[in-house]
Design a protein around this ligand. Sequence first.
Ligand code: HDE
Length: 728
Amino acid sequence: MAKQKIKQSKDQPVNKKIEELEPDKEQSTGQFLTTNQGVKVNDDQNSLKGGERGATLLEDFILREKITHFDHERIPERIVHARGSGAHGVFKLYEPLDKYTKAHFLNDMTAETPVFVRFSTVAGSRGSTDLARDVRGFAVKFYTQEGIFDLVGNNMPVFFIQDAIKFPDLVHAVKPEPDNEIPQAASAHDTFWDFISLMPESAHMIMWLMSDRAIPRSYRMMEGFGVHTFRFINEKGEASFVKFHWKPLLGVHSVAWDEAQNISGKDPDFHRRDLWEAIESGAFPEWELGVQIVPEADEFKFDFDLLDATKIIPEELVPVKRIGKMTLNRNPDNFFAETEQAAFHVGHIVPGIDFTNDPLLQGRLFSYTDTQLIRLGGPNFHEIPINRSIVPVHNNQRDGYMRQQINKGKSSYNPNSLGNGDPIQAKASEGGFASYQERIDAKKVRARSKSFFDHFSQARLFFNSQSDPEKNHLIDAFSFELGKVKTVAVRQRMIGILSLIDKGLASEVAYALGLKVPQKPEQPINHSIPADGNAADYQPTQVESSLARSEALSMKNTVKDRIISRKIAFLVADGVNAQSINNMKTALVSEGAVVHIIAPRLNAVVSMDGEEVPVDESFLTAASVLYDAVYVPGGTNSVATLEAEANAVHFLNEAFKHCKAIAADEQAIQVLEATYFANKLPADFSEETILAEGVAVSSDQKKLARLFIKAIALHRFWEREKPRQVPA
Ligand code: HDE
């Protein structure tokens, strides 16, 4: 098991981007308060008045400046992905990729490329909860030696729609309904499912959205995907197709839906806090960058179209090659200046990387600059410190709101002779970007390729690849979301769509909704057809996937051998056995976990030996949904108090319900016996049973710690949900 490396965020070597940001930083320590014009302020408590009780004078430039600036503090939030959190880090390459791409940062083994990453939810507003059932954004800005490369991805590898022209419709459908602006940060409402039920192309993405991937345990435990197929271009000008993946070294883990809903109340900043605290404590999140490379000659080898963003390339068909590692090791100094003002754009690419004709990608290439113009207020958003390239920018673009750069000289045009012809174009051999010369010989049409018409085979592949608990969660999620839909016809239409993915799934959801699966499911009528189109020509095609399952699609197969940064609750009261705390704490902390002592009240409890044991949280401020596992140490009086303390019993009940690892010193077994799962306690506490059921009790503290650590690493004991009726 990996030992935690303690490397404090502030001790990290300064990377090139951090260095570049330094001159823009302000620190007020020991300084006088000034106006924005640098004039020292003498009284920041009272406005200037005509007499002590008189009217305020217009002349008060200090008051006016302060209030005016305040009035203009807000900028529009992002239309989608409004809620997010960012962090700085670095990317290091494992091996040069010269065979495929000439991109410098993917070839130079000595390069440490600075990155800024922003994770986000999609639907909710800036202040919404982190634990909404939603897609997560995973946007990475690489500050390379050849300019900025943005990999603007999500934590799901496919998308709802195939053509960018449908994006405003999708977003209008999922955002709060326009009459009453309900619901916030949720897809469980009529307009969303109305749209989805009429857009069979969303079937695959809907499976991901209803899966546990939509409720991650942490941003640090999510995969990331570039979604579209991009192109790599090597020095010789040869192209290959590429899909980008981020693989988290902590594994891919999620919470339970009931837990997600609870966290939203207890700590709406759960993911934001988790990322911040992990980085502050030196448990730096890490991902490997993976690529799936398809030779250009193999473009038509698959039973799906590489240009269709509703399809994955199963890892069984093209393995993911891990080419480097990203480490996030520094929190921003200022949320607004860095995270909020970060402007990502899928069109920011460097030589060696290029686009494909994926119609979703092509539309995005327009949208991201356009949106920054309104959000950040003009065309100079690239000059905002977080967005600045670490290599110099020279061109003939001039002026505009908030221009920072002071361009010298007379000429701002090309060709010019007055400026010596500068700045000059770079040859491809000098690093100049030259677009890939794709051959195009086509009619100008508004159309969708027939190769995009299989909407169900990969949705089915996804479902078939899930473990039983994951399948149950999908059924429950569909039942919940469609249960929130008021229009029965929409629910019924969705049952029709589900029946084309999997009959069992459709009938379970239909049962929950009190509906019937149509005997012969009507072929869903694809409503995204042009006015003059013939509906029959737009029917989805029924294709069987060449694969029965894909292991990479199930979280069951993820990394489960480490507990770094996992949060463990210790429930204690006066009279606790300090030894029983310390032995377990030492063992957990040495594996990188974080321990919180939780007691009936704050400050400290007194151990059975009269020692003061500091308390981190009380039962009032803590909740089991904020922890990964629970331990109850021994000590007769402590145990007696906890057994009679409803909050402690509830804490354990909830942890059990959410399938978490639970451990108790043998002396504390009576606390477990006070819970609702007392009659479900394992018959024995052998290693095998503990690792199967996730409840460990022992008087041997070393053994207990060893098994508890293994159990925490397993993340959840979903089998406990059988027969899917666990009370709180
Ligand atoms: Fe975005 N998307 N998107 N998107 N997207 C935005 O840009 C858009 C899509 C993604 O942390 C906006 O700066 C269109 C796919 C992320 O700042 C906007 C289409 C994927 C972020 C926009 C898509 C994404 C955005 C809103 C369909 C995964 C947050 C604010 C053609 C590959 C970046 C902004 C951050 C943000 C448009 C589809 C990922 C409006 C038109 C597919 C991670 O420009």
